[in-house]
Design a protein around this ligand. Sequence first.
Ligand code: SAM
Ligand code: SF4
Length: 341
Amino acid sequence: MTQPAATADCSTALVDRFGRVVRSLRLSVTDRCNLRCVYCMPEGPIRWFPKSRILSFEELARLASILAGLGVRELRLTGGEPLLRRDLPTLAGMLAGIDGIEELAVTTNGLLLEDLAAPLVEAGVQRFNIHLDALTAGAFRAASRRDGLDRVLAGIAAVEQLGATPIKLNAVIVRGINEDAVLPLAELALRHNYHVRFIELMPLGGGEPFEVEKLVPGREIRARIESFHRLTPIGRERPSSPATVFRIDGGAGNIGFINPVTEPFCGDCDRIRLTADGKVRTCLFARAETDLAEPLRGGAPDGAIADLLRAAVAGKEAGGCLELQRFYDDRLPRKMWQIGG
Ligand code: SAM
Ligand code: SF4
């Protein structure tokens, strides 16, 4: 179980009923995206949040600052595709300057990264988690329903050149779509200091109902890699980190498995999420959410917002929400792109 951060004021820290302390915020800055990954978004027309509902930079920075005062130390900008948010480097600069924030990272599909990596790093972004599901144009298109592999690879190279390393590469393997990408993706960690992360497919997509047959368990992915390369466990990056990490023999980087479905890690979760329209969610699978947009826009003082945050965290479930859904439930009120992965 995660211990309170040394720097957090424990009288005000965000602690849930099970003693878990919130240190990390996934901040969604838009629900829009320039890909349509099969496991995340529907193919057809999507009703985006109206612009007026999306939190402004000032609102986002205010919430981040309140959260920093409550012990949050790590911010990860996400979406939808965060790089579609106009002037993202300006927001990054505002967030990086908040007292108490020690780490600012961006989770991106990489399509716009070649041009935006430098201004984002200049603004204070330290790390990038780049989504890469395939290394051939055909499999990339099958997974994301769009073209763009070359642009993603150019984005990764741009980040590498800037020295914003280690670069995390996130891959979701879907049976029948991009299973052949497992080995080539893993082997990227041979030549580069990339941290390749395989994330199990979760029932959070839009469009079609979740088909459990499409889930490739992390242990199966690992076995595929191990039939070619020796993997040596090196543990977790830190107790709250969802990935179990392995060194790949002769490799510059490492390989990790995030198995929320077959090996849930709720007991060590230190995260909360803020959606682009200002709702706090204590779990990807939570059904409840706490609206902060209305109080924020209605003139509520910081203390009142902090109370709402404390109450939301106090109500965080122990875990197992994913298991309870038993993979059949496609009626989730929000899908992945509307939450912020
Ligand atoms: N657009 C950015 C990206 O793709 O990295 C940020 C948002 S995306 C929702 C964040 C992460 O969630 C990505 O790594 C993506 O692969 C992952 N993701 C989305 N839907 C998922 C699902 N149903 N199961 C597992 N991971 C998923
Ligand atoms: Fe867009 Fe990221 Fe969802 Fe893919 S996973 S559709 S890139 S938000």
